[in-house]
Design a protein around this ligand. Structure first.
Ligand code: ADP
Ligand code: MG
Length: 244
């Protein structure tokens, strides 16, 4: 049975720049189904990152409602939001956002620290995840000792290690070459598919949106059109996490 895990109702985000008002998000309503892959597609400045930041509670809307899993995100305070994100949400960023003084393994264990999980179990889960993304032998390297593609693999491992319901990715392949881009997409798609997770990817690139079942075209802070893409690119690898 399908279920809308994310519901947006008449969302607005107005930025004030001196006397000028910029409607970064201008009256967006949208439902996203659990277990699907959605792309927010649009050119630079169209409002994609703002929309993702509103959905994930990183920014407050000027107006409107964001309902995830039945919870009203726009009504939560910072403490509630932090807890909510820990429980339900993973993030992948264009710039990886890894902590530079921690090893790959330590970076991947971070989302587990807030959970009541023993150190041993944390390390095992993180190591299994690093294995799944093909980086087991780099577990004790620092980000600076890894290539861009490898750093993004670590950040994908970190986003998924907690098995979150939803993973948000903002231009996740923006700094990567074409071959690595397809590898990263394939990786995220296969993990999400295996765990029936909901994936929301922001991109300006139609080659990336080809992976999504739903393509939401964003233009000037509005939904221009919604495209249903039944022939989306499927993952081609089998991901095994946590099995001996
Ligand atoms: P995209 O991610 O599609 O490139 P953004 O969501 O970053 O677009 O930006 C949408 C619009 O909102 C742009 O016009 C941008 O300049 C403006 N904007 C974004 N963040 C801010 C901010 N913090 N203050 C003022 N204007 C902003
Ligand atoms: Mg952006």
């Amino acid at each position: 049975m399908s279920e809308d895990i994310i519901k947006l109702r008449k969302l607005k985000k107005i930025y004030r720049m001196g006397d000028e008002k910029i409607a970064a998000i201008n009256n967006i309503s949208l439902n996203l189904e659990r277990g699907t892959v959605t792309c927010l597609l649009g050119k630079s400045g169209s409002g994609k990152s703002t929309l993702l930041n509103l959905i994930s509670g990183l920014e407050k809307p000027t107006k409107g409602e964001i309902i995830i899993h039945g919870h009203h995100i726009e009504r939560m305070n910072e403490t509630q939001l932090a807890k909510f994100r820990q429980k339900y949400i993973g993030f992948v960023f264009q710039s990886y956002n890894l902590l530079s003084n921690l090893t790959a393994l330590e970076n991947v264990t971070l989302p587990l620290i807030f959970k009541r999980v023993s150190v041993k179990e944390r390390n095992k889960k993180a190591m299994d995840m690093l294995k799944a993304v093909g980086l087991a032998e780099r577990a004790h390297h620092k980000p600076s000792q890894l290539s861009g593609g490898q750093q993004q693999r670590v950040s994908i491992a970190r986003a998924f290690v907690n098995n979150p319901e939803i993973v948000f990715a903002d231009e996740p392949t923006g700094n990567l070459d074409t071959k690595t881009t397809y590898q990263m997409m394939d990786l995220m798609m296969s993990i999400a598919e295996k765990n029936k997770q909901t994936l929301v990817i922001v991109t300006h690139d139609t080659e990336i949106s080809a992976y999504a079942q739903t393509i939401v075209h964003i233009l000037d802070g509005k939904i221009e059109k919604i495209e249903h893409n039944e022939n989306n690119i499927k993952s081609s690898r089998e991901i095994i996490v946590g099995e001996e």
